[in-house]
Write a protein that binds this ligand. Structure first.
Ligand code: HEC
Ligand code: HEC
Length: 197
């Protein structure tokens, strides 16, 4: 019994570090953001994004990390035109962007909302943006649920006019009327999801 225990101890001692090393080697430099470091970098964001009353400033709390980083890069590279956000995004390294994204993603989409009948025109949208626009299966597709209605409206108009370029979304928005855009914005903003953060 003693020999068995010793053998077991030795096996554990020998195996543990090997297992640990293998594990580390499996995931080289996985670029996971640090939400605490990210939070420290938000001082310059809060005057706009943490203010519920700023209608045209999108909610970031609960937004997915891949979309967040892609949006910041698009501002920085000029693919997405917005002078303030271009200047903001230019100040950050890739590491900073990943940390910021981890901070903003680090809230569970919360809240409950009374059931609401989705407008017919939202059927194709939820195929990509997920049921109620709350969670897509594709990381590059943003959450819409809980987004501010004025921002959703202005964004859909920008895709429709081509002011915000994105092949898929330009096509999706091309035929929408102002009335339908209003219905979509009201519906998705009323679903539980993103929050001011
Ligand atoms: C002066 C106000 C202001 C400040 C400061 C600001 N933003 Fe923004 N931000 C905006 C506005 C307005 C938009 C919407 C722009 C547009 O229509 O594309 C925006 C858009 C964004 C988006 C795109 C969201 C989406 O749903 O597509 C991200 C991400 C973002 N900001 C992150 C940040 C971060 C991170 C900071 C701080 C480091 C910051 N912003 C600072 C005003 C601001
Ligand atoms: C085939 C997939 C697909 C479909 C269908 C789709 N979307 Fe999108 N949507 C996307 C992707 C990808 C993006 C990110 C585009 C970008 O980076 O500008 C996006 C972005 C958006 C945004 C910008 C969100 C933000 O935070 O700035 C809004 C608003 C939006 N979609 C609304 C809709 C609505 C409303 C419909 C239905 C009429 C719809 N989408 C249908 C894939 C889709």
């Amino acid at each position: 019994m003693l020999r068995f225990c010793l053998a077991l101890l030795i096996a554990l001692w020998v195996c543990a570090p090997i297992d640990g090393d293998l594990h580390a080697a499996d995931k080289p430099q996985e670029r996971r953001g640090d939400p605490i470091a990210g939070k420290r970098k938000t001082a310059g964001c809060n005057g706009c994004h943490a203010v519920a009353g700023m209608k045209n400033v999108p909610n970031l709390g609960g937004q997915g990390t891949a979309y967040f980083v892609a949006a910041m890069r698009a501002y920085r590279d000029g693919a997405r035109g917005h002078a303030t956000m271009r200047d903001v995004a230019a100040q950050f390294s890739e590491r900073d962007l990943v940390d910021l994204a981890a901070h903003y993603a680090d809230v569970a989409p919360i809240g409950e909302a009374a059931a609401a009948a989705p407008p017919d025109v939202s059927t194709p949208c939820t195929q990509c943006h997920g049921p109620e626009g709350a969670q897509s299966a594709m990381p590059e597709v943003p959450r819409l649920a809980g987004q501010k209605p004025a921002y959703l409206e202005q964004t859909l108009r920008a895709y429709r006019s081509g002011a915000r370029a994105h092949p898929i979304m330009q096509q999706q928005a091309a035929a929408l009327t102002d009335e339908q855009i209003g219905e979509l914005a009201a519906y998705f903003s009323g679903r539980p999801g993103l929050i001011v953060k």
